[in-house]
Write a protein that binds this ligand. Structure first.
Ligand code: HEM
Length: 183
């Protein structure tokens, strides 16, 4: 490095240094703003539903032949009441409670009503995510899956859904263990 280059280098360093040596109070404030922005972004990302997996099976296959079964559930209104009991049962259950305690319970109930309504041949639309994306990362094992079905059965009993109608629905839900169970 010749003298001239060294001079230019030192001058540039002199100009750059004040930028790095900022008032610590101001930079702490700026940092706080940046931290808050990052926190809000993370919150938004967590709240936004994850994208659907295009390779996942249809979470709500319609079975028009099951329309009479939907009537035995009391139609969409009956399903809405059933889901209140079901969610209360899940939250009260020692094994299921921790899975649902921090979930958006109103959303899950709404999606379940739509899903069951479509499956049972109702004139509804399922607007939720596929089963693989909905349950990814929850660490659900086969025993958890079976327990959820038991809690659902208790709720259906409480709503006087005939045993045969319960079984028609459960037969359509059972294969979903392939997407829901990950452990
Ligand atoms: C056939 C069985 C199951 C069906 C049909 C089902 C259906 C659903 C539906 C429709 C949603 C909402 C999807 C959305 O947000 O778009 C959901 C979410 C959820 N399910 Fe299931 N589920 C089943 C099994 C299970 C099991 C066994 C567990 C745990 C033991 C579980 C835990 C959850 C939780 C915690 C959420 C909320 C996830 C979130 O908020 O991100 N599910 N499920």
């Amino acid at each position: 490095m010749n003298f001239r280059t060294r001079l230019i280098f030192l001058l540039a360093l002199g100009l750059a240094l004040p930028v790095f040596a900022q008032d610590p109070a101001v930079s702490a404030e700026e940092q706080a703003v940046l931290d808050e922005e990052a926190r809000l972004e993370a919150e938004e990302a967590a709240a936004a539903p994850a994208a659907n997996d295009p390779t996942a099976p249809n979470p709500a296959p319609a079975h028009p032949e099951l329309r009479p079964v939907l009537d035995q559930f009391g139609g969409e209104a009956g399903l809405t009441k059933l889901m209140d009991t079901f969610m209360a049962g899940l939250l009260a259950d020692e094994k299921m409670g921790p899975f649902f305690a921090n979930a958006d319970q109103a959303r899950v109930k709404r999606q379940l009503v739509e899903q069951f309504c479509v499956i049972l041949g109702g004139d509804c639309t399922y607007t939720g995510r596929d089963m693989k994306s909905s349950h990814a990362g929850l660490g659900i094992d086969r025993a958890d899956f079976n327990r959820l079905v038991e809690v659902l059965q208790v709720a259906m009993d409480q709503h006087d859904v005939p045993f045969s109608a319960q079984n028609r629905l459960l037969a359509k839900l059972a294969p979903m263990h392939r997407e829901v169970v990950t452990e």
